[in-house]
Write a protein of this length. Structure first.
Length: 255
């Protein structure tokens, strides 16, 4: 896979999530979540359904009221800065036959260019060049409603990093994508963590791909049960308590 290199990694910043908590009325969804995330790393959040994984993403995006705080620190000078975030959801709802092209979607989102105006040649070429990074330049004139799951995720991923975020949030981004699409997606993510100055948080149920691509794994069940390397988490008693015994045995056997 050939992707265009845009930004060199710096390794100079980190993101700290301190004692993060989320409650809806008397229902506690997250409590005392502490994470330390460095740029250039893929951090996978795993756990059973209802563990609070998607709520964690919403909390980072400030879509829900939270306790605790999130710090973005530039270690070159130790100063706090605003944290710019990119986000790729599980899916977007677009009705069939909606006459919205990939160009229209990105032009309106990134350039605030009205879709009812004729195509702007400069914007068109800039978007096409940007899509090339994700092997999606050929999709620029296609209707968004007709894209496959893998094609749509590549378009959404390209949109998520257009503003050069320091943190990229991926909430089950490969749900419904076939194996080839998943392989391309994860290769793209591996490229991003190596060549872009950002950290990545990935919510995933797919332990096989987590094992293959993640640098850091967080096992979540309201709070952080265990975090560390794939080996440290997958071979832990906490992992065994959350997932079926046969799943644990599989990952230990395969190393």
């Amino acid at each position: 896979m050939k992707l265009k290199k845009i930004i060199e990694t710096c390794g100079f910043h980190c993101i700290k999530i301190n004692n993060l908590g989320v409650s809806f009325g008397e229902q506690v969804v997250l409590k005392d979540v502490n994470l330390h995330i460095h740029c250039g790393s893929l951090n996978a959040i795993i756990g059973k359904n209802g563990a609070g994984k998607s709520t964690l993403v919403r909390a980072i995006l400030k879509d829900v009221p939270t306790k605790g705080n999130i710090e973005y620190r530039d270690t070159k000078n130790g100063k706090m800065k605003d944290l710019k975030i990119g986000y790729v959801p599980q899916s977007i709802n677009i009705e069939k036959n909606t006459p919205l092209s990939v160009y229209d979607l990105i032009a309106s989102f990134a350039y605030h260019y009205p879709v009812f105006l004729p195509k702007n040649k400069r914007i068109y070429e800039e978007i096409k060049t940007h899509l090339e990074t994700f092997e999606a330049a050929d999709l620029i004139d296609k209707q968004v409603c007709n894209l496959s799951g893998g094609q749509l995720q590549r378009v959404l991923l390209s949109m998520a990093i257009m503003d050069k975020p320091k943190l990229l949030l991926l909430d089950e981004p490969v749900s419904g994508i076939d194996k080839n699409g998943m392989e391309l997606f994860y290769k793209t993510i591996s490229y991003l963590k190596s060549h872009y100055d950002l950290a990545i948080i990935l919510i995933s149920h797919d332990l096989e791909y987590v094992k293959q691509y993640a640098d850091h794994v967080v096992l979540l069940d309201q709070t952080v049960l265990k975090q560390g390397t794939v080996k440290e988490v997958f071979e832990s008693p906490e992992f065994a308590s959350v997932f079926a015994t046969e799943t644990v045995d599989k990952w230990i056997k395969e190393g």
